[in-house]
Unconditional design. Structure first.
Length: 254
């Protein structure tokens, strides 16, 4: 091998090494965090199941106009859903959360004022959770067992706080983030859900979006289609009861 050829080979090897190193480094650091928290059951993104269940979730309500419209569409398709409510709004519209519960849906804690948790001391986060549990209890006589942090932000302290408050932290399927809060258009929301739907999905939507009716319009297309595909729509707590471990899954199939 000539010196020049050797140089070229070395360059290729070096480039390959650098590429593989940078590929590892560019993997999101929280991808590792996800499997860590997911295996321990500390945080749920979706639920592995062999059954055709999907959980719709609606954040940031209650809203006196949009929430009842969403409830109406859900009822039309015998769909149960989970509403992650904001405590301050629960105090303003207690009749709406009572309606959610009366229709068989589930309530989850979504903080009291929807602040950015990354800028709050843990004691303030704790206060946000407690005030919301109290607001929901005041309105309905029950306390939720699910919690979703605003924007999905979490850290070790928030995970521990959630556990010690007996609240299961629930995020959403990464392939089912509809971004309906940004009003991307009804068809964008519809295709996001329909193109990606699979067993055990937790779909992220919002029942309080300023100046947008896209969520409810999208639901009118999504629900009948998923129903045609054989899906049933359940609360997050119910979806969790259908979780299968990989071992169990194998036994079921043989
Ligand atoms: Zn939110």
């Amino acid at each position: 091998m000539t010196k020049r050829k050797l140089g070229a080979v070395l360059a290729v090897v070096l480039t390959a090494t650098l590429l593989s190193t940078s590929a590892t480094a560019s993997t999101p650091s929280w991808a590792k965090a996800r499997s860590y928290y997911e295996e321990r059951g500390d945080i749920v993104w979706e639920v592995p199941t062999s059954e055709k269940y999907i959980a719709f979730t609606f954040d940031d309500g209650p809203d006196p106009n949009k929430t009842p419209e969403i409830l109406k569409v859900l009822e039309q398709y015998q769909a149960k859903a989970t509403f992650f409510v904001v405590g301050e709004r629960v105090e303003r519209f207690p009749e709406i959360v009572r309606m959610e519960l009366a229709k068989g849906h589930e309530l989850g804690n979504h903080s009291y004022q929807h602040p950015a948790f990354n800028r709050l001391a843990l004691s303030s986060v704790s206060k946000q959770l407690d005030l919301t549990q109290e607001a929901i209890f005041e309105a309905t006589g029950t306390k939720p067992v699910l919690f979703r942090p605003p924007g999905g932000y979490y850290n070790e302290g928030i995970v521990e706080l959630s556990k010690s408050s007996s609240l299961q932290m629930i995020l959403w399927s990464w392939h089912q983030d509809t971004k309906d809060w940004a009003a991307p258009g009804v068809s964008a929301i519809v295709s996001k859900v329909l193109d990606n739907a699979r067993n055990g999905d937790i779909i992220l939507m919002h029942d309080y979006v300023y100046n947008s009716t896209q969520t409810v319009e999208a639901l009118k297309e999504i629900l009948p289609e998923l129903k045609n595909r054989g899906y049933s729509f359940v609360t997050v707590s119910e979806l969790l009861t259908h979780k299968v471990t990989p071992d169990h899954h194998i036994k079921v199939n043989h």
